[in-house]
Write a protein that binds this ligand. Structure first.
Ligand code: SF4
Ligand code: SF4
Length: 407
């Protein structure tokens, strides 16, 4: 296993993403998950990423018993959507320590920041909370994961002495979200970078269009699309660790093999050119032509224009429309804590079209997105999410009170 330095620590270049563990009969298959996670740790993986939202922290705590906790760095996150004040932060953290059966968390993140959740967390004192936890030795490294725009990313980076950040990065998302610009910006400040979604939610490894397959077949060294995607991320010296949400034994073995070999700057020019050709082909196959630059934002009606197009393009390029419709409803329906940012919210003011360097007919495209991607899911998910949030807040407070009375 190769390791890369991060401040005073070293992380395996491959991290275990525990978001999608193996399942059986509709539930997580704990026995298989335990074997997989322990196998990865035994083979050098020393970073495991989880979150309250993945609803498996207690399960990971059980898996890491018998001495495995000491062999691995636990990364978990503080969910902005469950927070109204400092007390909520303290309650969630208390429950997390209990779930992991530990006294400290190695890598602790503010989860999924974007412009609005960053503003909210900053005002509620999340940075002071992180500092307090660090001073008390309850977290060793403070960071944030990110799904917003470049301007917000830089603002967050500049606002605190972060140890690390976590960004979505793959060869199709070089310009999206924090992107390459954000990657370099954070690295220049000495902040460690954990990469999520190296396979873009699995889209770069499944249902490969024949036009893309033809390009991969031109490679001198034959590799799977997953290997090309992982090697492309690890080719960046700025990247500390890349997360893969592994739940198949053969994928774990393959990823570990790659993580034993993929040094920074190890891809040859002709290999990088091949990946560039694949990227161009995917771009040709996409319907909107949006590059994700976000110059059109913010929209006064709250439409997340770039993300609407990203979901729409994904649905039509990778042949997984139903799954993407669900992700569209979830991702855009709850992005501002239950206030939807769907294409159908467009008020046709025309402001965005004046700023698009690609000259895209944004309003017409949003009509297409709205007709194609919206329906029962987009109507029901935001209100259901609000109910879930209220329920979750009550349960968190109850659990924290119970822990207090037991101590
Ligand atoms: S035209 Fe629609 S999407 Fe564009 S800025 Fe106006 S309301 Fe927002
Ligand atoms: S619609 Fe145009 S301005 Fe907006 S993100 Fe896409 S390419 Fe950029």
């Amino acid at each position: 296993m190769l390791y890369r330095k991060i401040r005073n620590d070293k992380l395996s270049v491959l991290g275990f993403g525990a978001m999608r563990l193996p399942s059986k009969n509709g539930r997580t298959d704990e026995k298989r998950a335990k074997e997989q996670i322990r196998y990865a740790i035994d083979n050098g993986v020393n970073y495991i990423d989880t979150a309250v939202a993945y609803m498996n922290e207690p399960l990971i705590g059980r898996i890491l018993s018998d001495g495995y906790r000491e062999k691995v760095k636990i990364a978990t996150k503080l969910p902005p959507w469950n927070i109204e004040n400092m007390e909520d932060m303290a309650n969630i953290f208390k429950i997390q320590l209990e779930s992991f059966r530990t006294d400290y968390i190695d890598y602790y993140l503010l989860h999924g920041l974007n412009h609005s959740s960053w503003e909210k967390m900053r005002k509620l004192g999340a940075l002071e909370f992180l500092t307090k936890l660090k001073n008390e030795g309850k977290i060793l490294n403070a960071g944030f994961s990110f799904h917003g725009d470049k301007k917000t990313f830089k603002e967050i980076v500049d606002s605190y002495d972060w140890d690390f950040c976590m960004i979505q990065y793959n060869y199709l998302d070089e310009e999206n979200q924090a992107g390459k610009e954000g990657l370099k910006y954070a690295a220049n400040k000495g902040i460690g970078i954990i990469v999520m979604e190296p396979f873009r939610g699995g889209n770069l490894t499944k249902n490969i269009p024949p036009e893309v397959k033809n390009i991969w077949n031109q490679a001198k060294i034959k590799r799977t699309p997953a290997e090309w995607a992982l090697r492309w991320v690890l080719n960046h010296p700025e990247v500390t660790c890349v997360l893969s949400g592994m739940n198949e034994e053969e994928h774990i073995t393959e990823n570990i093999r790659i993580a034993n070999e993929a040094l920074p700057n190890s891809l040859q020019n002709e290999e990088l050119e091949l990946i560039e050709k694949v990227k161009d082909k995917y771009r040709d196959l996409m319907k909107t032509g949006c590059t994700g630059c976000r110059y059109c934002l913010p929209c006064p009606a709250g439409v997340e224009i770039a993300r609407c197009f990203e979901f729409y393009d994904t649905a039509h390029t990778f042949g997984n429309k139903r799954q993407t419709q669900l992700l569209y409803a979830l991702g855009l329906g709850v992005i501002h804590e239950g206030t939807p940012a769907y294409a159908s919210k467009c008020k046709k003011c025309g402001k965005c079209e004046n700023h698009c360097p690609q000259d895209l007919p944004i309003m017409d495209l949003l009509d297409e997105v709205s007709k194609d991607m919206e329906g029962i899911l987009t109507k029901t998910i935001p209100p259901l999410y609000k109910v879930y949030l209220s329920f979750n807040k009550i349960m968190t407070r109850r659990k924290a009170n119970k822990l207090d009375s037991n101590n």
